[in-house]
Design a binder for this molecule. Structure first.
Ligand code: SF4
Length: 513
């Protein structure tokens, strides 16, 4: 079928021309051939399309190693899946795993020769890396407490699964202008970070024909990066059985009307900003048919994506335990141990958060104390310090070709310093991104650091921009960038001074957030 955007090929960016020659999903048919030919035998265009298989070339591009991202829809996996991920990391990824800010899991150090076996193992475990990267619908994020959250309005797990199944490998949506991020949550605490997704479903209630119906409100066009946009709330109310239809309609609008001339301008947020709510809604309703207008929002606030400690579930006698995973970094042995603990103390499920941490669920009353006594919980503590437990960062220049700074080790040393020197009544969320693409979500942090370079005596050194005051939920606002840049080595002391100033000058009951 001829797509509208192919009318004038001269206006399309280079990636669009590659996608017109070959659909990203068809790269899956080439994996065996690439594995036999080796890295040097893969065309540059096919390296780009390998993103649809969930693999990116890692830094430096010439070494032939890949990063691989595996989707964990809604952040919920079982122990068998966790063990599969651990085994892949051990066999092919130097025993390292990273948790991402979209509840996914990443490996590094993957060779193209390893891909066929990795795909076989993932498929057998019911996991997939397909479309975890590329210009297509990415992993669907959600409430990591779905089904166990005492305050949950709707258990959205079946919807996360349905939407994932609808888009997964769907050739109708494999050529979008850029990535497409979906969030579905029935929680009152906005754990799916609705405002920074391309389309987000948040809980709502609407009276229709005298009946109080539970469903969703819909936000579109959110995203971070160099030009962050808050998603816009549409004046519609969506019943659970209509979620797939509405998600598909938003993706269809993005596919057919989204911008394809300049890559940086190709996200849905720019189209939504240009059209406004009314036009976007009108185009949406052409695809979905009539939908009721908005009802009452049931989002109460924003939990920042943190779940530390031991908490009662909606199921009497059961608890969930939120663990801090420093830097979102795990070894294969850590992941195996988590799977083992999930089986021994809970129902075998493990949940990942968009703050790069883990939750163990369904722990019976009489098993909580023994779980807290486990060795792994000394490192992955449920009771982290104020800064170490509230620090998020992206991969940085160790692996990412776009990064300007090293991130994981830097953030560790910054939070260690702050935990030693600054005492606060309430934790401060500190997020670091290695470049303006904002994978570390620094624009929604209390204190955000964005990697940059600073020229000192003719020499470029690693530095940070400082961003303050970001938050989502009711009253959402992006952080404000302060003037100037801080040499990376001085960031910890600069933040200490800032927080000391706050402590001295704060008003009664005022928190840094
Ligand atoms: Fe790479 Fe930049 Fe994203 Fe960090 S924020 S992972 S450096 S693209």
């Amino acid at each position: 079928m001829k797509r509208p955007w192919t009318k004038d090929l001269s206006k399309l960016n280079k990636m669009e021309l590659i996608k017109l020659q070959k659909d990203g999903l068809t790269i899956l048919d080439d994996i065996e051939r690439f594995a036999t030919a080796g890295f040097a035998g893969i065309r540059a265009e096919d390296i780009e399309l390998l993103k649809w298989a969930g693999v990116y070339v890692q830094k430096p591009r010439t070494d032939g190693y890949f990063m691989m991202r595996v989707k964990i829809p809604g952040g919920i996996m079982n122990a068998g899946q966790a063990r599969t991920l651990a085994a892949i990391a051990r066999d092919y990824g130097r025993s390292e795993l990273q948790l991402t800010t979209r509840q996914a899991v990443q490996f590094h150090w993957i060779r193209v020769e390893n891909l066929p076996d990795i795909f076989t193992r993932l498929t057998a475990a019911g996991l997939s890396s397909v479309e975890a990267c590329g210009d297509c619908p990415r992993t669907v994020v959600g409430n990591p407490l779905a089904g166990i959250d005492p305050d949950e309005v709707i258990d959205a797990r079946p919807l996360v699964e349905k939407v994932t199944r609808f888009f997964q490998g769907n050739p109708e949506f494999s050529n979008l202008p850029r990535k497409f991020k979906i969030s579905i949550s029935g929680s009152v605490d906005n754990p799916g970070h609705a405002e920074i997704n391309d389309v987000a479903f948040t809980p709502a209630v609407k009276e229709i024909d005298g009946e109080q119906l539970i469903g969703f409100h819909v936000m579109v066009g959110g995203g971070l990066a160099a030009k962050p946009h808050m998603a816009v709330k549409l004046d519609i109310f969506v019943r659970p059985e209509e979620v797939v239809k509405v998600a598909a309609a938003v993706a269809t609008i993005f596919r057919d009307f989204g911008y394809r001339e300049q890559r940086f301008h190709a996200r849905l947020k720019f189209l939504v900003a240009d059209w406004g709510e009314a036009r976007f809604r009108s185009e949406l309703l052409k695809l979905t048919g009539p939908l009721p207008t908005r009802g009452k929002d049931l989002t109460r606030g924003w939990n920042g994506g943190y779940y530390y400690g031991v908490h009662p579930q909606k199921q009497t006698g059961l608890h969930y335990v939120g663990l801090a995973v420093p830097g979102g970094l795990l070894t294969a042995a850590d992941m195996e141990e988590l799977a083992e603990l999930a089986v021994r103390y809970g129902d075998g499920s493990l949940r990942t958060t968009n703050t790069q941490n883990v939750i163990l669920a369904n722990i019976a009353d009489n098993k909580v104390a023994a779980l807290l006594d486990e060795d792994l919980l000394k490192r992955f503590t449920p009771f982290p310090q104020s800064f170490a437990g509230y620090a998020v960062t992206c991969t940085g220049n160790t692996f990412c070709n776009l990064a300007t700074v090293e991130t994981k080790r830097r953030l560790t040393s910054i939070v260690e310093y702050l935990d030693k020197h600054v005492k606060l009544d309430t934790p401060v969320r500190l997020h670091l991104s290695g470049c303006p693409n904002a994978c570390g979500h620094h624009q929604i942090a209390d204190i955000g650091l964005q990697g940059t370079l600073l020229n000192i005596d003719g020499k470029a050194i690693e530095a940070f921009e400082l961003w303050l005051g970001g938050a989502l939920g009711p009253g959402a606002a992006f952080a404000t960038k302060l003037e100037g840049r801080i040499p990376a080595g001085e960031a910890a002391k600069a933040i200490e001074q800032l927080l000391n100033f706050f402590q001295v000058n704060k008003g009664e009951g005022e928190t840094f957030a």
